[in-house]
Design a protein around this ligand. Sequence first.
Ligand code: GRF
Length: 303
Amino acid sequence: MFKNLKQKWKVNGLQLALIICTFAIGGSLTGFTAKKIMNGLAIEHDWLWTIIYILLITIIWPLAVIVISVFFGQFHFFSGYVRRLGGKVGLVRSRKSVVDGPLTTNDSPLTHIAIFASGAGSNAQNIVDHFKNSASIKIDLVICNKPDAGVLEIARKENIPSIIIEKERFFSGDGYINELREKAIDLVVLAGFLWKIPDILVNAYRKRIINIHPALLPKYGGKGMYGSKVHEAVLSANEKESGITIHYVDEHYDNGDIILQVKCPVLEGDTPEILAYRIHALEHANYPVVIEELASKLKDFTT
Ligand code: GRF
């Protein structure tokens, strides 16, 4: 039973123990508080008493477990749990998923991720940090096309296996699919990867490769539109806003279905560097969230 719960909720043994404690203490606190309130109301023990008691329990229980969850470090779990429960009984409108996906995958309860990057790798580092202690997501591989890219140093430091890929084999061979399959990779995350993804890889991982672009696609995308070139183009066009686009990867540059766009203002006096800084902050805040949502669709044990 505990094993099933760990899989269903995607938690480790310690977290499961903390969750059970939260349920137990939250439940007792609910009963205690409801009784106190009922005593204060001094209503006879009849059908009205029962109805009010049930109503009180229904209102107090979510609040009690949320409060207790903070002490056990399980707020994130319980806020989601209560929201889902509320959604099921029609009390809460469940948050719309930003991810619209298929998805089939291997039997492992973990989502295995490969990050493809060509540059400094601030997004890669942010993703690795975000999922470092995750019980459901593991970064298993870094794939890079530049031997001197900063992301390789990140992979080394974080003990993540990395591969420097060769152009010929990537574009005219197997697209390194075997290496991805060997590691049971479910999801490919492009984080500043400058080569186009070959059709063979797009087909093998259809709707399981995502990219982040530092502008509001379809504007300022396509071949050659990367790094500061994007921000320079946005500034020269006197745009009042820019932002980020997270999208599925298809056979064309910056073209697949959009998963999420987040906007930010372009301000008077912005330089490409200042705009890049603002956009990077948006990327770091949003990319892991989208990855998490996609991963939970890939391995949906939660409902
Ligand atoms: C990001 O701005 C991303 O939008 C683009 O490449 C850049 C990578 O930056 N695809 P970093 O290497 O993650 O810092």
